[in-house]
Unconditional design. Structure first.
Length: 151
């Protein structure tokens, strides 16, 4: 596992600063913001196949808001169902985090959620490398935002 890469790779994304700011704006949208960020990460981590170059990760773009929302919905529902037992504990911890982080959490959220999805992809790749059965990807993931031209 590359724990440091799960954070540092965010800063290798083209236009990472813009992606962080737009991700922070998306986080301000109640309930939908985290789903949209999750959809962006699903697009970046899974729709690119085996391409692990963070410089080719698509930057966040509000033009694909609906696509990101659609792609973030099912992973959210699966995670919600799996964590239903942990909700009371998570709520207590979130209140403490909100009180201590205040406004900074909106800027940290795009990076921490990116890191979470990065680690999930690493776990899946480890599972595959140990002989696990690949999970077929949805054909809807073939519609990937275009890469930015290199400067």
């Amino acid at each position: 596992m590359r724990y440091n890469a799960s954070v540092t790779d965010f800063f290798k994304i083209p236009k990472w600063g813009t992606s962080m700011l737009l991700g922070a704006v998306a986080m301000l949208i109640p309930a939908i913001g985290p789903l949209v960020l999750g959809g962006w990460h699903v697009t970046g981590f899974w729709a690119r196949g085996d391409d692990e170059d963070p410089a080719k990760f698509p930057p966040f773009d509000f033009q694909y808001f609906g696509k990101y929302l659609e792609r973030g919905l099912w992973p959210f529902l699966v995670n919600l169902a799996a964590s239903v037992v942990m909700i009371p504990l998570m709520m207590c911890l979130m209140i403490i985090t909100i009180i201590t982080c205040s406004m900074g959490m909106f800027f940290a959220a795009p990076i921490s959620i990116f890191s979470w999805h990065h680690l999930q992809k690493q776990i899946y790749q480890l599972y595959i490398s140990r002989g696990g059965e690949p999970i077929p990807l949805s054909p809807k993931l073939q519609d990937v935002p275009p890469l930015l031209p290199r400067a």
